[in-house]
Design a protein around this ligand. Sequence first.
Ligand code: GRF
Length: 190
Amino acid sequence: MTIKAAVFASGTGSNFEAIMEATDLKCKITLLVCDKPGALVIDKAASYDIPTLVFNPKEYSSKSEYEKMIHRQLQHQGISWIFLAGYMRLIGNTLLDEYESKILNIHPSLLPFFPGKDAIGQAYDAGARETGVSIHFVDAGMDTGPVIAQESVMIEENDTIEKLKERIQKVEHHLYPKVINQVVSNKVRE
Ligand code: GRF
């Protein structure tokens, strides 16, 4: 039986694209969920003929209201996994309860270091020698759930933030599909 998954993203969607381009993905991405009307990732989904659920959180009275709406869509489509890829919002109890241990996030640092926004800039500004990429199960906190995989990226002497970001993204794009395959085939559990 096909395992169906949704990607949640708010931005440019380079990780979404990397997941879609993975040749051996062991699940099928059948939905993009996006909280930013106009985000570039929406065009990317269209180019792969992936249906998109775009919503404006401001039009809902609470997180639980829009998460209930998302949940109805996910259930309707028989989606069993959620992969966050630059979704700039905390997941609330509605989705956490329904998708327990079935939500992953990718973050551009070696967690627990540099959680939250602009993790690459945080590491660069702190003068760290090393940063990297983490993929973790999602809980109610900001980048706090159990880590599944990490890969480090060295910060070079004369690095620029742009060059560092490029190297980090390269790691993200090969690591996420790999970890997705591990979790959907039950090789890793929370
Ligand atoms: C990635 O760096 C990811 O780790 C972070 O948000 C960024 C999304 O980038 N959570 P993109 O939209 O996939 O290019």
